[in-house]
Ligand binder design. Structure first.
Ligand SMILES: [Zn+2]
Length: 296
């Protein structure tokens, strides 16, 4: 594409319209666009500069088909990459579109950084947390999620009480308010409970179902370990009690059928775990009463 000499364009620095072209900064600028059928497609164009009467500076004009700070790809190509990386590793996308992954990572970082910087958290009232680890459990990462909109609002290293402070800072920097948070959902670690109650004093704490059942499973396992010393039948039955029935192997299922109606302490503990799990199926009006019974 060539630029007409008499054309006027908008100043990319101050936005003033109808500025005369000063020169052509690039005579053959190239942007990769969406494929044309199975062939890669490129847009070639001259890239002019305006000399603005208002700000009195020379600037390259904005390109309507590409994002300003980065050139090389059109907005539609960017959108295509962003769609692919939702479902595929970057190395696979790189092979598919035949571009070096460094260039593709730049696209991803541009849009993600931009989304993080402009994220509006003023509506957030409920926060869910999740943790994950890398390097065989040595580096913990805590993820905070707005449970209404299912968006990640903050990610930070560590899983101690201080991560709640960084979450609060992030929330308030993006328009949210700590005292508007009415509910937080998390695991049962004392450090988390301390951090959340300190920084989100108005929030009630809900323990994640997964972690509650995990605690019940730990208790079942402790009972089994203790009883095994005096009961040979319990040998090699650890996972029979810890898994849900539908996930047992054929052998484990046969062992469970043999043991489940006995009066062993392990069986009793196992049945209590099942009852606790069932309470989650009850309607919210009845569940607290059933839980009370279970605790008794
Ligand atoms: Zn200007």
């Amino acid at each position: 594409m060539k630029v007409r000499k008499e054309a006027t364009m908008t100043c990319s620095n101050c936005g003033r319209k109808n500025q005369r072209i000063f020169d052509i900064a690039d005579y053959d600028r190239q942007w990769r666009h969406l494929n044309f059928l199975e062939y890669p497609c490129y847009i070639h164009a001259e890239h002019p500069r305006t000399e603005c009467k208002k700000c009195r500076k020379k600037h390259r004009v904005d390109i309507p088909w590409a994002i300003k700070p980065r050139a090389g790809f059109t907005k539609l190509f960017d959108a295509w990459i962003m769609m692919l990386v939702k479902d595929m590793p970057m190395s696979a996308v790189s092979r598919l579109v035949n571009e070096h992954d460094t260039r593709l990572w730049r696209i991803l970082h541009y849009y993600v950084d931009n989304a993080i910087a402009t994220q509006d958290l003023s509506h957030v009232t409920h926060i869910n947390t999740d943790e994950t680890s890398s390097k065989r459990g040595h580096n913990y990462i805590t993820i905070f999620v707005d449970s209404d909109k299912k968006n990640v609002i903050h990610v930070t290293k560590g899983k101690d009480a201080s991560v709640w402070e960084t979450c609060k800072e992030r929330l308030e920097a993006q328009g949210g308010k700590a005292d508007r948070i009415t509910e937080v959902c998390m695991d049962m670690s004392p450090a988390f409970i301390k951090g959340a109650s300190e920084h989100f004093p108005e929030a009630s704490i809900t323990f994640d179902k997964f972690h509650v059942i995990q605690e019940a499973n730990k208790a079942v396992d402790a009972v089994r370990r203790n009883e095994r010393k005096s009961c040979a039948e319990l040998k090699n039955t650890r996972y029979v009690w810890l898994k849900n029935e539908e996930n047992l192997t054929k052998n484990q299922k046969a062992m469970l059928d043999k043991l489940k109606d006995t009066e062993l302490d392990t069986t009793k503990a196992y049945r209590m775990r099942l009852c606790l799990q069932e309470i989650y199926q009850y309607p919210a009006q009845i569940a607290p009463m059933v839980l009370e019974d279970w605790i008794q």
